[in-house]
Design a protein around this ligand. Structure first.
Ligand SMILES: Nc1nc2c(c(=O)[nH]1)N[C@H]1C(S)=C(S)[C@@H](COP(=O)(O)OP(=O)(O)OC[C@H]3O[C@@H](n4cnc5c(N)ncnc54)[C@H](O)[C@@H]3O)O[C@H]1N2
Ligand code: MOO
Length: 377
């Protein structure tokens, strides 16, 4: 299967997870399944827009007291009187305007001053009225949306659940910490998969290390209670590569099984009979990164109900060993102008580490031609 076909399948096949009622404070990163509608007006009450004096009728005014923000029981204000008032305090009934300190003169308990064109009172509902749509469905909830919803009295939102992810790290030679012994390597995938998942709006990744035993991998796959299970390594044909056999026994449906790209050719996307998704990342770390950007990020984006990741095209300069019948995926620097960083093996991450993106070069690409790019996580 071609790389673009695989990318489109991962982008368009998964349907958004069902909408749920989510506490507004926990909704950041979720995609709204319904518009957010105001419950209470903003401001919630008539409130002073300036520090100064709330005055009633024509001046000068006798100052009768002081009102700070948070005081609810104000009592009415009679003509010819004033109360000293703080920005955000409830304006008493009968108030004609708030006279800012800087426009006022106070002496012997009497305040005087010229009222300007503006009353400096923000009326209840001036900004938002109950039922007003604050944000339409389809938007990803950010901190500002959360704050606006809270301000308008919204407690819960209808939003697509954020996808949950388990990462199964396979490989008896892979260690999680410390100095590798002979034949061992440090795990490269936990950080990469976490970063790609977070960027795509998923919940924090649950991670497990699985020994290279088919029955253990099968048990972990069967037990993982997340929407997506990512498996690093075990994607190929070696004696310890059990994933394809295990997925066959679990009755998985293959959506992508091998992609005509270098690196990352053995990557795969499958669906278990209960609807959980499985993404297979080749064990070579750069190949695994390519697969995470090709299949995992679009999958998680779609499950969360987010709009597809943009795949910008830029003119790419430099040289690359192209892949006959497929695409070559190379690290590229942005400045000055998009250029290929370096030739890289499917194992080394060093060239990608210094790059801004990975460029997807078709076999017909020549120096300066446009190519789609994937931002490195
Ligand atoms: N006979 C064939 N052999 C291979 C083929 C093939 O088509 N026929 N494909 C090659 C390609 S391409 C790739 S990519 C790899 C994929 O290998 P696996 O996904 O099965 O992964 P492993 O064999 O377990 O490991 C490969 C390599 O990656 C290192 N690795 C694994 N996990 C990690 C990790 N978490 N962190 C860092 N490095 C890791 C592992 O030590 C190996 O060096 O297969 C080729 N072979
Ligand atoms: O294509 Mo493999 O995915 O070279 O490393």
């Amino acid at each position: 299967m071609g790389w673009f076909e695989a990318y489109v399948i991962a982008t368009t096949t998964p349907k958004p997870l069902a909408a749920a009622s989510v506490a507004v404070e926990a909704a950041a990163g979720c995609v709204l399944a319904a518009p957010v509608e105001a419950v209470r007006p903003v401001p919630a009450f008539d409130t002073a827009a300036m520090d100064g004096y709330a005055v009633a009728g024509p001046g000068p005014w006798t100052v009768t007291g002081q009102l700070l923000a948070g005081v609810a029981d104000t009592g009415p204000l009679a003509a010819g009187t004033a109360v000293e008032i703080a920005t955000g305090a409830v304006v008493p009934e009968g108030t004609g305007a708030v006279l800012p300190y800087e426009d006022s003169v106070l002496g012997d308990g009497i305040v005087s001053g010229r009222l300007g064109a503006r009353a400096h009172i923000r009326r209840a509902g001036d900004d938002v009225r109950p039922g007003d749509v604050l944000v339409p469905a389809g938007r990803t909830v950010n901190a500002t949306i959360v704050a606006a919803a809270v301000q308008a009295g919204v407690e819960r939102l209808s939003a697509h659940r954020r996808p949950t992810v388990t990462l199964l790290v396979t490989g008896d030679e892979v260690i999680d910490s410390g100095v590798p012994g002979p034949g061992q390597v440090r795990d490269s995938f936990t950080g990469l998969v976490t970063a790609v998942s977070v960027r795509a709006g998923a919940e924090p990744v649950v991670r497990r290390h699985v020994r290279d035993v088919a029955a253990l991998l099968e048990a972990e796959l069967a037990d993982a209670r997340t929407d997506v299970v990512v498996v690093s390594g075990s994607s190929s044909a070696g004696a310890a590569d059990h994933l394809h056999g295990v997925l066959g026994r679990l009755g998985a449906t293959w959506h992508v099984r091998g992609v005509a790209c270098r690196p990352g050719h053995p990557q795969a996307l499958a669906e278990l009979p209960d609807g959980r998704w499985v993404v297979s990342l080749p064990g070579n770390p750069y190949a695994g990164l390519v697969a995470a950007l090709t299949l995992l990020e679009p999958l998680l984006t779609a499950l969360g109900g987010r709009p597809p990741v943009a795949l910008p095209e830029v003119a790419v300069g430099g040289r690359a060993k192209l892949m006959p019948g497929g695409v070559r995926i190379v690290p590229v620097h942005r400045d000055p102008g998009w250029r290929i960083a370096a030739e890289t093996s499917s194992a080394g991450l060093h060239a990608a580490a210094g790059a801004d993106a990975l460029a997807v070069l078709p076999e017909t690409w020549t120096d300066g031609d446009p190519a789609p790019i994937l931002a490195v996580p």
